[in-house]
Design a protein around this ligand. Structure first.
Ligand SMILES: [Zn+2]
Length: 68
């Protein structure tokens, strides 16, 4: 867990974009990353301010990826 967080902070971006409204979200507190980490499917749902939820995951490079 700690090793992975180290990896994440060094190599990954902490922001991701809503696929619906293109709003940029910033996960500087690692709130979503923690949620993904605890979830066995590696996917979490984000409720955007535009009212449409989207899915968020982390790819093999440690970057956030969003999809509808
Ligand atoms: Zn949105």
């Amino acid at each position: 867990m700690l090793e992975f967080k180290h990896f994440y902070i060094d190599f990954a971006k902490s922001d991701f974009t809503c696929p619906h409204c293109k709003k940029i979200h910033d996960d500087t507190e690692l709130k979503y990353f923690d949620r993904i980490n605890k979830n066995k499917s590696w996917i979490t749902k984000v409720n955007c301010e535009c009212g449409k939820p989207f899915k968020l995951t982390v790819n093999y490079k440690g970057d956030f990826e969003t999809f509808k």
